[in-house]
Design a protein around this ligand. Structure first.
Ligand code: GDP
Ligand code: MG
Length: 166
């Protein structure tokens, strides 16, 4: 099995951290400052089970200009060509306008979307339930997987789930 997976989400949700955790090396730029990942960065994850090519897709956030609009279209085209999309959210920050904007745009794309609830090391497990309910009302996610990208918790489960869509 092999395929392409896009990792999307607001700045600082942990996209680069997850990429690094999966690929096992510093391939994406890490920073506390939003939007430092300016280029699409590809990382390849290989096991006996298969191969996943990860795309760190920028440009899916709210356009501020005509150029932003163009970038948004480019991002949408990229997302329609991958086998699965990982939408990362930060369970500490909760649902923000940025998340809603991204989800609205995902409705224009037919690719299965896995909701990845990141930073679960920071919240009480009971809090996760209400977050799941909120997100389920917004979009028919193919899977919902809680993880901690930083600690690597549940990342293997996430990879197993993703493999189903390749
Ligand atoms: P990106 O902008 O989406 O690429 O986010 P980053 O990967 O750069 O992460 C933003 C910040 O969140 C960094 O300070 C990370 O160390 C932190 N972070 C990422 N994943 C986790 C996690 O699972 N738990 C905690 N506590 N912090 C995380
Ligand atoms: Mg990043």
């Amino acid at each position: 099995k092999s395929g392409f997976v896009a990792i999307i989400g607001r700045p600082n949700v942990g996209k680069s951290t997850l990429m690094n955790q999966i690929i096992g090396q510093k391939i994406a730029i890490m920073s506390d400052k939003p939007q430092t990942t300016r280029n699409k960065i590809h990382g390849v994850y290989t096991t006996e089970e298969g191969q996943i090519v990860f795309l760190d897709t920028p440009g899916i956030h709210k356009p501020q200009s005509k150029l932003g609009d163009y970038m948004m279209k480019t991002a949408q085209n990229a997302l329609s060509e991958v086998d699965a999309i990982l939408l990362l959210i930060d369970v500490v920050e909760g649902l923000g306008g940025g998340d809603r904007y991204i989800i609205e745009n995902l409705k224009k794309v037919n690719t299965p979307v896995v909701l990845v609830m990141n930073k679960i090391d920071q919240v009480h497990p009971e809090a996760l339930l209400s977050i799941i309910t909120t997100y389920k009302d917004l979009y028919p996610f193919a899977e919902i997987v809680p993880i901690s990208a930083m600690h690597g918790s549940n990342v293997n489960t996430l990879l197993e789930q993703v493999m189903k869509y390749l």
